[in-house]
Design a protein around this ligand. Structure first.
Ligand SMILES: *Cc1c(COP(=O)(O)O)cnc(C)c1O
Ligand SMILES: [Zn+2]
Length: 408
């Protein structure tokens, strides 16, 4: 955990929250969730003009590794409230063999699988739990297909909070087991994530639990946006041509774009060129892809969504309007890939370059192959993929896809 080197500076430069729809202001030093008037997410604002004067990238680079070295741009007032398990500063890797095979030499993969609990969810949950702790929250609840739940469970344990998870029965066993070991109360739901969300919301209102559903509180986004800061820093304050992101609730995608906006205001970027964002979804649950095809400003609810990539099973994101707005603004696109393509690229990446990606991460490679074939991506372009989680979490799906092989 870095110390602020200068005693006269603040740990955070957060100013307030604003509704992403009506613009109404909300305080960042009180518990806030989303705008009740618009049913829309709240976004955190920082004093970027002041930070531009007093904070330089070299200061951040000199601090100990991890997400919290960017603390001025995160929401926590007091360092002692940070709940950390060492999240952030994931590797940015070349994929030499995969690149060669598909004729795309400037390909990079940001590998989030080494985060605590094995996924990039750690970033957002670390930020949100820290801020919740600062504001006196003691009981947290979440509907989750697995990844978000297990991550919340471990951070809640770390923070000494009670944790409750509403999980569809079909959630990956590894995720449920990690949650159980961390002491979370798990309620298995005979239904989809949307049903789990409804039940969790009811319990939250009845018993006073704080709901950490994606975008229903403002700070998971803040942790996730740091992937954009790390990426720009690693590319020496330039940005790639294309970013391909596996999109469920959309915090990763919206967080990247928010980071680029903030970096521009801080004056740290050497370029004004922005990447084209690609949202990847699974064919069995692709509300963003469908909306983007019609250039719609919001998504319809996707009924009976199904995919083996559980992190992508989001039938309607609470932030659908933000996701679509950022996609259009970036001149980007949305791509749906089949479960078969996801499984085959999972194996391809393991074989080619020694990375065993989560199914969601593998989906970005499947989308890349499609977009190269469609010539939407040119061979010389710099493309960044995100492996959002570790493949081991999906081991049951990997076995099922290869029944001829018996382990042990
Ligand atoms: C949650 C999750 C996603 C989707 O991320 P969003 O930011 O909610 O769009 C992708 N991959 C993995 C491994 C996840 O756990
Ligand atoms: Zn509003």
């Amino acid at each position: 955990m870095p110390n602020s080197t200068n005693k006269t500076t603040s740990f955070t430069y957060i100013r307030n929250l604003t509704c992403s729809d009506c613009g109404k202001e909300y305080a960042s030093d009180a518990i806030n969730t989303y705008c009740p008037d618009c049913q829309a997410p709240l976004l955190a604002n920082y004093d970027l003009a002041q930070l531009r004067q007093i904070l330089k990238p070299a200061q951040i680079a000199a601090r100990p590794r991890g997400m919290w070295r960017w603390h001025e741009l995160l929401p926590v007032q007091r360092q002692s409230n940070c709940v950390t398990l060492g999240e952030g500063d994931s590797a940015l890797l070349k994929l030499p063999h995969f690149s060669q095979r598909f004729g795309i030499p400037n390909l990079l993969l940001k590998d989030e699988s080494n985060n605590p609990s094995g996924s990039f969810k750690a970033r957002g949950i670390s930020a949100a739990i820290s801020k919740a702790k600062e504001l006196g929250v003691t009981k947290v609840i979440i509907p989750a297909t697995g990844y978000a739940g297990q991550t919340l469970a471990v951070y809640a344990a770390r923070a000494g909070m009670q944790c409750c998870i509403f999980a569809p029965k079909t959630s990956p066993a590894a995720a449920l087991e990690e949650s159980r070991l961390a002491g979370a109360e798990i309620v298995l739901v005979d239904g989809l994530i949307s049903e789990a969300a409804g039940l969790a919301g009811e319990k939250a209102r009845a018993e006073g639990w704080f709901d950490l559903s994606t975008f229903k509180e403002p700070y998971r986004l803040e942790g996730k946006k740091i992937i954009g800061y790390e990426l720009a820093e690693a590319l020496n304050w330039t940005l790639p041509d294309v970013i391909i992101y596996p999109t469920g609730g959309g915090a990763g995608l919206v967080g990247l774009w928010k980071a680029f906006d903030e970096l521009e205001a801080l004056g740290w970027l050497k370029t004004t060129k922005r990447p084209r964002l690609v949202a990847v979804q699974a064919k069995g649950c692709a509300p963003i892809v469908k909306a983007a095809r019609n250039h719609a400003s919001f998504c319809d609810f996707w009924t009976n969504g199904r995919t083996i990539a559980s992190g992508l099973c989001a039938p309607k994101s609470f932030a659908d309007q933000l996701i679509l707005r950022d996609l259009y603004e970036s001149q980007g696109t949305a791509v749906a890939v089949s479960d078969e393509a996801i499984l085959s690229t999972q194996r391809l990446l393991s074989e080619a370059d020694g990375i065993f990606p989560s199914l969601e991460g593998a989906a970005t490679l499947a989308a890349l192959i499609k977009l190269i074939q469609q010539k939407w991506i040119q061979p010389a372009e710099q493309v960044v993929l995100f492996n959002t989680g570790a493949g081991l979490k999906d081991i049951a799906a990997a076995f099922a896809a290869c029944p001829a092989w018996t382990p042990g």
